[in-house]
Each structure stands twice: as C-alpha cells, then as structure tokens.
Design a protein around this ligand. Structure first.
Ligand SMILES: Cc1ncc(COP(=O)(O)O)c(C=O)c1O
Length: 430
C-alpha cells in the first residue's frame, strides 16, 4: 500500500472516532517506535497506558508465540490452564476473592456496575439493624450502629466523581463524571450520582437507601492526573463498611505497576471490594478483569454475566508474562526511582517556564498543568521524535514504560523543554 492509500483508506473506510496524528508506525521495541519512513520516536505515552513494559516485550512475545502454536481459543464453558494460572496470580497479588475476565476497561466496569446492582438487589437491612441477604450469599451479619430501618430490596445507585472516566459503553459513560463525553448520548442509564472529588461531605449527602456502591479512580487519568487524598479514601472505605456499600476501585489506568506499586490502592492502606483492571495487564493485547472480594464473588451466577473472548488462553499467557516481568525485572523499584527522577526534571522545567502551573502524579504517571492549551507542545514534541499526550486541553500527560532509563528520560525532557521554550517564546512575541 502506498502512503496516500493508507491515509485514504482510513478516511474512506474507518469511522472518524479518533483525532489522528499523521503518523504510520511499523515497528516498536521498548520505549522506541519507528514510523514508515524509519524515523525513530521515543514513546512517553505508550498505548495510552497499555505499554507498561514498552513495545513488544520479549517475554510477552515468547508467551504469545508459545500459546498460539498450541491453542488459540477455548470458550468459557470449558477450562484451560492459562486462565487458571492467571486468576490464581491476580488473587495472590491482591485480596481473597475471585476474578471475572473480559476484554476492556469499559467492559470490566460494566461488570462491576452489574455486580453492584445484583448486590444491592440481594442485600437488605433488617429492622433490628442486621444486614442480611435475600439470597444465599452471606455478606455480613453484625448489627450496624444507629440503623434500625429496613433499606429494602432494590439498592442500585452508584456514587461516582466529577472528573472521572470509566469508559465509553453506556453504563460506564453514565458513571463517568465528565459531561463532554455524555453529550448526545442521552438518555443514559439511570442510577448514577456524580459528586465532587475528594469531598467526603458531598458523598455523605448523596448516600440514600438506594445506594449500592461508590466507584472511583484513585488517580484520575483522563480527568487530568488528579489524585484522591488519603483521608478521603480512608473515609470512603469506612462509610462503605458502615453502610454495606461496595467500594469499586477503577485501576484500568493506575494498575499493573504504573504508580510504583502493583496496584494503586496499595498506596492508600485500603482494600477494595471490587477492582477493575485492563490496559497494561495484557502487554499490548486486549484484556479486562474485575476482581471481587470473596464474600460477594458468587453473586454473578451462570446466565447473569459473560464475555465470549474473556480470559482466552493467549491473552492469559501474555498477562502472566507481564506480571512475571514486573517482578523479575524489578520494575516497581524502577518505577519509583525513575518516577522521582522524572518528577525532579519536570519540576526543574516548572521553575524555568511560567506556562507550567503545576506538576502532579505518582510513580510514572505524571501530569503537567499548563496555563495554555497543550496541543502545540504535543505536536512540536512529535516533530522532534517524542510522543506525549495532552488531556483536559491543558494537562500534558507523561506515562513512559516502567522499564524506562535515565538516558531516555534525559532525552525526552530535552525535547520537551525545547518545545515548551519555543511555544513560550511564540506566546511572548504574539
Ligand atoms: C480509568 C479508566 N477506566 C476505564 C477506561 C476504559 O477502558 P477501555 O478503553 O479499555 O474500555 C479507561 C480508558 O482510558 C480509563 O482510563
């Protein structure tokens, strides 16, 4: 295919749901990508959070090759070894529970929403304040202080937060706390209340007899790298325990080592009731996972939820390779060390350039808030061989692979600094 034919095919045959840069990539290795002209790029936003191991990690490629030559697909009404192993590994690194496999972050969140509704429908609060279940699933039977009325069947509301992003399917979109993604798709499924992030009083006010769950990202990624405060998260955990609500943590972007711990909730001293994962876990292949704490993990029974491709043999082998590489290559320690290095470098730029208003994030998830739109800087970096992202118009987002080196960071920061300098000077001249 000639260059122009490729662009024409996209224009004529592919729905225009993405704004695309005029780049055609043909090869990737670690943090480097090569385009069709053999120009090399340093990728500081690999796969929108997918590339925690960078591109084409050799262990992931080997695992995929091995599995493809044996068995590509087997449906979920049978058993296979890679799925059994991956489930065991995910539970080992988390909390006692069970997993549900699917194919994307939105799908994992849909699963969590459905689970919350089943949970809400099947739990009640008895007149003497004891929590009981309407089905055989036992959640908890201790009395709840100060509660003596019946909540009753049919709790279905989920509290979510302004600035959040949970995916593009209808329920995940309804959970998302950003109007711009929802416009034009109304009516959205009901049962979601969006309140101010990091404001526990707002959460308390929003809880009613119909509330079943609270859902949040600990660091809002698409929302501009906004971290939840620890006291807020601890208070959420307490409220969920007291009121028998599920705490759903969306780790689609923060999970799998991104913040310097395997899962971001481990920074906060809490355990979720439900966690969702996707993006980086598959090493470049599509996966979604919902991990549900043991006491409620049997709520979704045969016939209530499913996903044809979820947890297939190839993707499970790839995900196992990802988790092993993170351990073997000590990538959590590297993320902490390189994260500190990257933050110190970017804070150095903040001291020099007044257009940088704030630098925030954790591990290798960094946001730089600008006083101007970031589009020009992203384009200039791209021209100079550095790929970064801009979210919320003004927040530059850097999320390099967890195996990034100091040398690569130095190179990226030099390119970024030049772009910032050029844009700052152009701003002063106009
Ligand atoms: C926190 C979070 N949740 C959910 C999603 C949706 O994931 P997917 O695009 O795999 O459906 C995203 C995607 O960016 C995300 O960042």
């Amino acid at each position: 295919m000639k260059l122009q034919e490729i662009f024409d095919s996209y224009k004529e045959n592919i729905m225009p749901t993405y704004t695309k840069a005029p780049l055609i990539f043909v090869k990737g290795k670690g943090s480097r990508l090569w385009d069709i002209h053999n120009k090399q790029y340093l990728d500081f936003f690999p796969g929108w959070g997918v590339g925690n191991l960078g591109h084409c990690h050799p262990k992931v490629m080997q695992a995929v090759r091995d599995q493809i030559s044996k068995l590509i697909f087997i449906p979920n009404n049978y058993h296979h070894i890679p799925q059994a192993k991956l489930a065991k590994e995910l539970i080992f690194w988390n909390y006692p529970g069970k997993v549900f496999f699917c194919n994307s972050g939105a799908e994992a969140n849909e699963g969590a929403i459905k689970l919350s509704r089943k949970f809400g429908a099947s739990t009640t609060l008895s007149a003497n304040g004891e929590r009981t279940h309407l089905t055989s699933f036992k959640v908890c039977s201790e009395p709840i202080e100060g509660q003596s009325r019946t909540i009753g069947k049919g709790r279905y509301e989920i509290i979510t937060f302004q600035g959040s992003f949970h995916g593009r399917t209808l329920a995940a979109l309804a959970a998302t706390g950003q109007k711009k993604y929802q416009e034009g798709f109304e009516p959205l499924p009901e049962g979601f209340k969006t309140v101010k992030f990091n404001d526990i009083e707002e959460v308390k006010k929003a809880i009613t007899d119909k509330t079943a769950a609270i859902m949040l990202e600990l660091i809002q990624g698409e929302g501009g790298i906004n971290a939840a405060r620890q006291d807020f998260v601890l208070a959420l955990r307490k409220i969920c325990d007291e009121k028998n609500l599920l705490l759903i943590i969306d780790e689609v972007q923060t999970g799998v080592g991104r913040t310097g711990k395997l899962f971001c909730y481990q920074h906060y001293g809490i355990t979720p009731d439900v966690m969702t994962l996707a993006k980086a876990l598959g090493g470049g292949l599509p996966i979604g996972v919902m991990i549900v704490k043991k006491e409620i993990a049997d709520i979704l029974q045969p016939g209530t939820h499913a996903s044809t491709f979820g947890g297939g043999p190839v993707i499970c082998k790839a995900a196992l390779a990802v988790l092993r590489a993170i351990q073997k290559e000590k990538l959590l320690a590297n993320t902490q060390e390189m994260g500190e290095y990257l933050f110190s470098k970017i804070n150095g730029l903040k001291d020099k350039y007044s257009i940088i208003k704030d630098v925030r994030g954790l591990g290798l998830m960094l946001g730089m808030e600008l006083g101007i739109e970031g589009k020009m800087i992203v384009t200039k970096c791209q021209e100079s061989g550095l790929l970064i992202n801009c979210t919320h118009d003004k927040v530059l987002r850097l999320m390099p692979a967890l195996n990034i080196t100091k040398k690569e960071i130095d190179k990226a920061v030099a390119i970024l600094e030049k772009a910032i300098r050029d844009v700052s000077m152009a701003g002063k001249q106009s």
